[in-house]
Design a binder for this molecule. Structure first.
Ligand SMILES: Cc1cc2nc3c(=O)[nH]c(=O)nc-3n(C[C@H](O)[C@H](O)[C@H](O)COP(=O)(O)O)c2cc1C
Length: 176
């Protein structure tokens, strides 16, 4: 298969997985995902991100996630990747002083999700968590801001991708 088809296939099959099997995620799989994260582009190549991996044996880490994002389904994931930004390292646009940390971390986060999909693992972006609780319970240093929690695991048996609901191109294309 050519790159074009492989990429389109990964994008098409990724979905927000909210039910995981307890099956183990290998260290090699986590390493693959983290390497794709590391290669993400960022404004001025500042790479203003930090990442924390929470594995199944890390009871305190799992508790931190559950406390910050109190949903039953999130507990089914065997691993979590905590995507953080360091605003002080990020590029600031001189025209309007806009700090690009969220843009950069978002790109890296989607690399994580697509990389996981490419090796058969499910993920889901989570931003609707309490950042103060997460930072405190994970012991994040001042200046390191959690941006997204990404559960990672094998989708539970019988879980399937829902139909993609997206705007049609005509709705998003700005004509000129
Ligand atoms: C920035 C961002 C934040 C999100 N936060 C949450 C969240 O807190 N909880 C959740 O269940 N899904 C969350 N999602 C998942 C979206 O609901 C989902 O991506 C969207 O509905 C499209 O569905 P799909 O990912 O299955 O294609 C988030 C997605 C993004 C990109």
């Amino acid at each position: 298969m050519n790159k074009e088809d492989i990429f389109a296939g990964v994008v098409a099959s990724r979905y927000s997985c909210r039910n995981y099997s307890p099956a183990e995620v290998g260290d090699n799989e986590i390493a693959y995902i983290l390497e794709q994260l590391r290669l993400a582009p960022s404004a001025c190549n500042r790479q203003p991100w930090r990442v924390m991996v929470i594995r199944p044996g890390d009871a305190a880490g799992r508790e931190a996630v559950a406390a910050a994002y109190n949903r039953e389904w999130v507990r089914t994931a065997p691993c979590y990747i905590i995507m953080c930004g360091v605003p002080a390292e990020a590029w600031i646009r001189p025209f309007d002083s806009h700090n690009h940390v969220d843009v950069d971390v978002a790109i890296a986060t989607e690399h994580v999700c697509l990389a996981a999909e490419a090796i058969g693992l499910g993920t889901c972006w989570i931003c609707n968590f309490d950042p103060a609780i997460l930072s405190e319970k994970l012991g994040l240093e001042t200046g390191v801001v959690p941006v997204a929690i990404i559960p990672v695991g094998h989708p539970a048996e019988g879980t399937s991708a829902p139909e993609k609901k997206r705007k049609i191109l005509a709705e998003i294309l700005l004509e000129r």
